[in-house]
Ligand binder design. Sequence first.
Ligand SMILES: Cc1cc2nc3c(=O)[nH]c(=O)nc-3n(C[C@H](O)[C@H](O)[C@H](O)COP(=O)(O)O)c2cc1C
Length: 143
Amino acid sequence: MLKLVIIYGTGSHNTERMAQAIEEGARAEGIETILRNVSSADKIELVDAHAIAIGSPNYRDKMMPTVQKFLNEMANLELSGKIGLAFGSYGWGLEAVQAINKQLTSYGVEMINDLAIKRMPGEEELEICRRVGSLLACKIKNK
Ligand SMILES: Cc1cc2nc3c(=O)[nH]c(=O)nc-3n(C[C@H](O)[C@H](O)[C@H](O)COP(=O)(O)O)c2cc1C
């Protein structure tokens, strides 16, 4: 079955809300999803994923150290050709999602446009996240 793995860090649940909405959108397209806080994520689950979404809020112009560590640990996986998304909540800068995108691109992941939401996502922003989730699902269905 086609599979999307979503892994996120979060300090005050905004990026977590985004992650849950991305999952909802992908599930509505009938694909399998795995949603993990980075603190309980296992990179082995990425091996047979068709798409990977990695999320982090922007803290002090960077992604969370826990997400950075996980991304670094992904370096020895075979990820080329998978579809990828960088997402996260921010206050005033986009450094975290941009850095996630750059690192996944360096692993050969085919990235769609970043999904960054300012502060707490409202209903409209959550709908955007759902639509991006369904876009990821459609991308892997059509591949
Ligand atoms: C200590 C602290 C540092 C922050 N630093 C930044 C920053 O450098 N750039 C930025 O865009 N937002 C910054 N923010 C805002 C967070 O990115 C924003 O609140 C975001 O919604 C948090 O997402 P989360 O709920 O998933 O943790 C900071 C917030 C805090 C509390």
